[in-house]
Design a protein. Structure first.
Length: 57
């Protein structure tokens, strides 16, 4: 999902990136090769290409 926005000449461009981590789970707990599995969400707002929440999983 995306769309472009228009700015007047005197407006400043604002770019925002927000990172959210959810659902941390320890895998192979008690083992020497245990690790944490989690979801990462990136919310990116750029005037040239405004995007909604995206997930990689």
């Amino acid at each position: 999902m995306g769309f472009s926005c228009r700015m007047s000449e005197n407006q400043e461009q604002e770019e925002v990136i927000t990172v959210r981590v959810q659902d941390p789970r320890v895998q192979n707990e008690g083992s020497w090769n245990s690790y944490v599995d989690y979801k990462i969400f990136l919310h990116m707002e750029f005037c040239s290409c405004c995007l909604g929440w995206s997930a990689v999983g």
